[in-house]
Design a protein around this ligand. Structure first.
Ligand code: FES
Length: 416
């Protein structure tokens, strides 16, 4: 541990159980100290954090508020078209300078004492900098260039914007690894994106559970009646749970296919052979991607989900709000060349997901149930089980191997 990292109260309180990656200790989901360490080691560490899409800030002066972990940032496009990401925290007294979710402006003015910043986060003006009548004001050696907003490294890949506190980051293709990159680029295939709308959820669970949920194809075939009954993701279908070489990123893929046989459905309580859709267009799949999968859910460490569920597309950004809660910010999109019928199709199919969709609310509620269980257990001895010992990529859905890979990476970074 380096000296700058926050010290745990007592490292023996946070010793990973001897069973290794077969179990997860429950304090990683409930401890404020662990979250503080995650902020320093993970979100402010050697990672690319997802902060937005270029299509959200197409013109000079456009901006959006975003987050890195629980740290507020602004994503801004400057006069020359370059993209900048800086903390939404005034260099003077720390006030949040931007309160709007998005918009367009020529500068950022702090509401408190009106220090004014440019579109790149540099300090441009300080009222009464030299005082009044030669009295007061900033010291004579005050240098404007030393008091800008804290700026981060920025990169983009296929219209997706990432930021990092580290200054020595690899490219996005290197960061994702070849296999996850392939699924990333199947969705972000070079066509310009068109933003269709936003959802926001507040979920009463630890932020890592959302990664787990989407690295856990086991639950998908059991919890989600809709997936199973309407044949969108069923145990026995052609599928993959891909893990990058570091273990931190994943891609769950499944190919919508023929109805599965009865031996596969007999263990799924969610399966109902007598259910039919009145309007089956919601599960239509227009093949438009260079991919064998009709569904892919990418978990890009540490804060991004890329959803490609048939033709409904979106990103989700994970924002921790303390150890027991996180915010999920969804951005739904299509492509600029979509005709009216395709846009309608994407919007209609969007009802599969989202806070009031047929699938998303079940995940959110399951996460709440787990967090409730953890908060009421005895923290120093509690563990969560992961069945089996396999890690890495698997070609079937009944597995927790990808979760185990993520926690191998997590333990290394967190020194747990
Ligand atoms: Fe921003 Fe004073 S806190 S100008």
């Amino acid at each position: 541990m380096d000296d700058a990292a926050p010290r745990l109260r007592n490292d023996t309180d946070f010793r990973w159980p001897e069973q290794g990656l077969q179990v997860i200790p429950d304090w990683i989901y409930t401890s404020e100290e662990i979250l503080n360490r995650e902020r320093e080691r993970i979100f402010k560490g050697h990672v690319w954090n997802f902060v937005g899409l270029e299509a959200e800030i197409p013109k000079a002066g456009d901006f959006k508020r975003s987050h890195i972990g629980d740290i507020g940032v602004i994503v801004s496009r400057a006069e020359d078209g370059s993209i900048h990401v800086f903390e939404n925290r005034c260099a003077h007294r720390g006030a949040e300078i931007c309160r709007r979710h998005n918009g367009s402006n020529a500068e950022f003015v702090c509401p408190y004492h009106q220090w004014t910043y440019g579109l790149d986060g540099s300090l441009k003006a300080v009222p009464f900098r030299r005082g009044v009548g030669k009295k007061g004001g900033m010291p004579g050696d005050f240098k404007m260039e030393e008091h800008g907003l804290t700026r981060l490294s920025v990169t983009t890949h296929r219209g997706v914007i990432f930021a990092s506190y580290a200054s020595d980051m690899e490219s996005i293709p290197e960061y994702l690894g070849a296999e996850v990159l392939k699924d990333f680029e199947a969705t972000f295939d070079g066509r310009k994106l068109k933003i269709l709308g936003y959802y926001r959820n507040l979920i009463p669970g630890n932020w890592k559970m959302y990664h787990e949920n989407l690295k856990d194809p086991y639950h998908a075939t059991l919890l989600h009646s809709y997936l199973v009954v309407f044949n969108l993701m069923v145990a026995g279908q052609k599928s993959t749970m891909t893990v990058d070489p570091t273990g931190r990123h994943g891609s769950m893929g499944s190919a919508k296919g023929d109805q599965v046989d009865e031996t596969d459905t007999s263990q799924m309580r969610a399966y109902r052979s007598d259910m039919r859709l009145r309007d089956p267009r919601i599960v239509d799949f227009v093949k438009e991607f260079d991919s064998p999968w009709s569904v892919t859910m990418l978990t890009i460490w540490p804060n991004m989900i890329v959803q490609r569920e048939l033709n409904t597309l979106g990103t989700r950004q994970i924002v921790p709000r303390g150890p027991n809660e996180f915010e999920l910010n969804w951005t739904m999109f299509g492509y600029e060349g979509d005709d009216e019928a395709m846009t309608r199709h994407r919007l209609r199919q969007g009802n599969l997901m989202g806070p009031s969709g047929f699938l998303g609310l079940e995940d959110n509620e399951a996460i709440k149930f787990v967090q409730d269980g953890l908060r009421h257990s005895t923290p120093e001895h509690g563990t969560l089980a992961l069945g089996g010992t396999e890690e890495g990529t698997t070609q079937h859905l009944i597995t927790e191997a990808a979760i185990r890979s993520m926690y191998r990476h997590y333990r290394g970074v967190m020194e747990l």
